[in-house]
Design a protein around this ligand. Structure first.
Ligand code: G4P
Length: 531
């Protein structure tokens, strides 16, 4: 098969949601369709969840939450689908943000009872930064949810994206009868028969009297009214607008009952983008280019607690990746090759002889990689759009055992390379400030420093609310600002100066008083959203 055919076959996406909206359940149902897992019905028993492929780390087992991001690959209708799993817990949101840099589209799951939740808004902001195409799945229709029109309004206002329903529900909760596909003009019935869900399909247009026989006159009329309103209020669905990330098609269903999932998957296969071009610091890289390139979006540590090995997740962006071939590690300016790269086919790791754009390759790493590292066939370019985001909680790392300061130094360096948290160093006294998006991260770091590096630490909370990368065209003014702010200035992993501000208000005030200094909320200044 030619490279172009391989590219056309691939779809790489992530499922995102606020915790508990049904991301795991939906993922499992998709894997069942793809034959990647065979355990239909085991979902309810929680078995798959607990032994899910993302369940790598000891700490994750202890806490029962998905710390790590993993990849699940399956074939469906001649397509090769890569689902990049994202941790649901909000404290690991940064992990999710980074995974979103490696996908070509997302499916967003919304709980119809709860509507748009906090984490959903944050995740969508990241999608919008990159114009990632989004399909929305409104889940749990078997529960009494909010009115579907209200839900759509909420999606549009809170997520700042135009929506277009492609299916429409007939009631919700105990009275839920199914969904009507506005495009296929088909009625998908939802019936629970004791424990089994039956899903019949009937081809029936809205003006067909049969509709009333099938769902009852009252619901038939309500459906006609609703659909008329939908057609009047919402633009017709445009694949192009979807692919540009401007319009999100919406599906209704119930993941746990496997209802509406197949329609979602089939539409996804039809409309979702193939591997897309990627920006770099030099030029745009097209997937169809013959030469290989890719970047590391995730580093996963300690699969086996007895060894300190790590796995770097590489997203292939162009060309063909081959086992045992030398590639150029741009940041280190050295050539590297991989004897046992692996893929995630059928939820088990298997050696990957070759890979194509859209694929994710697992590479064993002994400390050579950082998030954002680029591999090429020789060209000096770095993929962009993989920024660090301003953390929200800051604590100072205090070493509890002076004999172990080397181990602590190495440990915190490696953990921050992996992207577990961000490290800012204050020049005065070489103090280490760790910034995260969640409290849990501090427990994770403390645990891992002790168990993997033998270093004990404690945390001292800091009076810092936001970190802003600072730049200026006037070096003298920047130096002066740094000098004046003293120990409110830290340096990130690349020695970029960062202003550690007590509050948003402080940032605004400092920005107003220092017009020559620019304040940035992400480490990548070109793609930032301004303060
Ligand atoms: P997450 O990954 O987004 O955090 O959500 P997850 O799939 O774990 O689902 C969260 C809870 O919602 C689970 O219940 C799951 O069974 C339930 N759920 C998922 N889809 C539906 C649906 O369509 N309808 C209803 N009524 N519930 C749904 P749990 O009690 O937390 O776990 P479990 O013991 O059922 O596995």
């Amino acid at each position: 098969m030619s490279n172009i055919q391989e590219i056309k076959k691939r779809r790489t996406f992530a499922i995102i949601s606020h915790p508990d909206a049904g991301k795991t359940t939906l993922t499992e149902k998709l894997l069942l369709f793809g034959g990647a897992i065979q355990t239909a019905g085991a979902v309810k028993s929680n078995k798959i969840k607990k032994t899910a492929t993302s369940d790598f780390m000891e700490i994750e087992k202890q806490r029962g939450i998905s710390v790590a991001t993993s990849v699940m690959t399956f074939e469906y209708k001649d397509l090769l689908i890569n689902i990049l799993d994202t941790p649901g817990h909000k404290d690991f949101a940064e992990d999710t943000y980074r995974t979103l840099t490696a996908v070509d589209s997302v499916i967003l799951v919304i709980d119809c009872v709860k509507g748009v939740e906090e984490q959903t808004e944050r995740l969508m902001e990241v999608c919008r930064m990159r114009n990632t195409p989004v399909i929305i799945f409104i889940n749990k229709l078997d529960r009494e949810g909010q009115n579907p029109f209200d839900l759509l309004d909420e999606l549009e206002t809170k997520l700042n994206i135009r929506v277009r329903p492609l299916t429409w529900p007939i009631n919700m909760g105990s009275d839920f009868k199914g969904v009507y596909s506005l495009y296929e003009q088909k009625l998908y019935f939802f019936k629970i028969n004791k424990t089994k869900v039956e899903s019949d399909v009937a081809e029936v247009s809205l003006d067909d009297e049969n509709l009333d026989t099938l769902v009852g006159e009252r619901d038939g009329n309500q459906l006609r009214e609703d659909v008329e309103l939908v057609e009047g209020v919402y633009d017709t669905f445009s694949e192009e607008a979807y692919q540009k990330g401007e319009l999100a098609p919406v599906f209704f269903g119930s993941a746990i009952n496997n209802f509406g999932v197949k329609e979602l998957l089939d539409t996804f296969c039809q409309i979702s983008p193939t591997p897309q071009p990627r920006p770099t610091d030099a030029r745009k890289v097209e997937p169809t280019e013959p030469k290989f390139s890719g970047f590391i979006f995730k580093i996963h540590a300690n699969l086996d607690p007895r060894h300190r090995d790590r796995i770097a997740f590489l997203r292939i962006c162009s060309g063909k990746f081959e086992r045992n071939k030398f590639y150029h590690h741009v940041r280190l300016d050295k050539d590297v090759r991989f004897a046992s790269p692996f893929s995630f086919m059928a939820s088990a790791k298997s050696v990957m002889e070759e890979g194509f754009p859209g694929d994710v390759v697992g590479l064993y790493d002994t400390g050579n990689f950082k998030i954002g590292d680029t591999l090429t066939e020789g060209e000096d370019l770095m993929f962009s759009g993989i920024p660090s985001f301003s953390p929200e909680i800051f604590k100072e790392l205090i070493n509890l055992d002076p004999m172990k300061s080397k181990q602590l130094e190495k440990g915190i360096q490696q953990l921050t390379d992996e992207g577990v948290a961000q490290l800012f160093t204050l020049d005065l006294g070489n103090r280490k400030i760790v910034g995260t998006v969640g409290e849990l991260q501090f427990d994770v770091i403390q645990y891992r420093l002790e168990h993997e590096y033998g270093a004990k630490c404690r945390w001292v909370p800091m009076n810092t609310a936001r970190a802003c990368w600072i730049t200026s065209d006037d070096k003298r003014k920047l130096d002066e600002f740094i000098r004046l702010k003293g120990n409110q200035i830290g340096y990130d992993k690349d020695r970029n100066p960062v202003f550690l501000a007590e509050s948003e208000w402080m940032i605004r005030m400092n920005r107003d008083n220092n017009p020559d200094i620019q304040f940035h909320f992400t480490s990548e200044f070109k793609t930032e959203t301004a303060v």
